[in-house]
Write a protein that binds this ligand. Sequence first.
Ligand SMILES: NC(=O)c1ccc[n+]([C@@H]2O[C@H](COP(=O)([O-])OP(=O)(O)OC[C@H]3O[C@@H](n4cnc5c(N)ncnc54)[C@H](O)[C@@H]3O)[C@@H](O)[C@H]2O)c1
Length: 385
Amino acid sequence: MELNKKTNIGVLGAGTMGSGIAQVAATFGHHVTICDTSDHALEICRNNLRKTMDKLIEKGKVTQSKADDVLFNIIYSTDLHSLKNCGLIIEAIVENLDVKKTVFSKIEDVIPNDSVLASNTSSISIASIAGGLKFPERFIGLHFFNPAPIMPLVEITPSFITEIGLTQKVKQLVSDWGKIAVLAKDTPGFIVNRIARPFYSESLRILEENIADIATIDWALKEYGHFRMGPFELMDFIGHDVNYIVTETVFTQFYFDTRFSPAITQKRLLEAGLYGKKTKRGFYDYRDGATQPQPIKDETLGRYIIERVLAMLINLAYDSLYLQIASKEDIEIAMTKGVNYPKGLFAWAEEIGLENVFNTLEKLHNDYGEDRYRPCLALKNALKS
Ligand SMILES: NC(=O)c1ccc[n+]([C@@H]2O[C@H](COP(=O)([O-])OP(=O)(O)OC[C@H]3O[C@@H](n4cnc5c(N)ncnc54)[C@H](O)[C@@H]3O)[C@@H](O)[C@H]2O)c1
């Protein structure tokens, strides 16, 4: 199946990601069918897309006639048969393997045998979804970031049974949509959700050890790392219901490698229903009139925090390269375009000196005696070369 502007696109799931992906495809000019089991979800999606286009008109980013075209290009349905003429179907439903497999097997009964199937899953293996299909070679991972119309990155993940050539076709299409596509191996968390884990988990560790409080850790990473948001602000923004589950999934899928350990503190917030901004309470209190904690702006402490978190991030970037999860170039692109890091981690490592990164990890490794801090082989090799 050729993939081009004339390809009808199906989007399964009218939630946060599905509506964003539909907007991207419809803006490029595709006819898009959004299919969801819930009439209510479809109604919300339709209203939100209309509001989004109105805002874009107001800001002068699109003309009225372009906005009309985009909205006209999208149809909404609760019936899977509405996807029967789609050449590419992108699934963005609940993050549950059994549900995804069931729905894909139903879709296969209504679509042509050469239509392409893709999943926007953040953490489920592409092979495990493809494994249940009649034609698993037409299946691929297509991981957009939230909000899909704004975030430029898309991770493309073929499984080991994906047809040779499909990856390139999908990559071309996604690039035509104005996205930046990177290739990731079918491993837990792909690129971004794997390498970014220590940004949260090492910060949580520093908090749990009472080395610094949330406001100070957030301040340190913004002040000395130039991250746009601190880890606690970002976890609250993403929501602990999403962020904790991704951490736990990556941890269990990597056979409990302690570099990915989740933190009890975050789990407790999740258990208490304090998801962050969306529930008005998380690490921070977002209720009206709440007082906010103030950072202790101590340079020595701040530099210790950034060095520790950054060393862990860089170690995972080298490890991901070593395990061929992605190319060096794609890892740099993924971390700067998928999670807005101020620099690529390899470039950052060069800037602060590989030896310094290695020494930070070695010291942590010796002090704690924990495998979590082991410098990876690729980092050691890079240091020697
Ligand atoms: N939210 C994010 O930041 C984000 C980022 C990247 C990837 N993802 C992934 O995208 C997927 C969707 O996430 P989301 O945040 O958009 O979820 P969401 O909860 O906002 O939306 C999911 C939608 O799927 C619908 N749905 C559930 N079961 C269905 C079925 N069997 N058939 C049709 N529709 C069904 C629900 O009614 C709902 O409207 C997940 O796999 C998630 O891991 C999410």
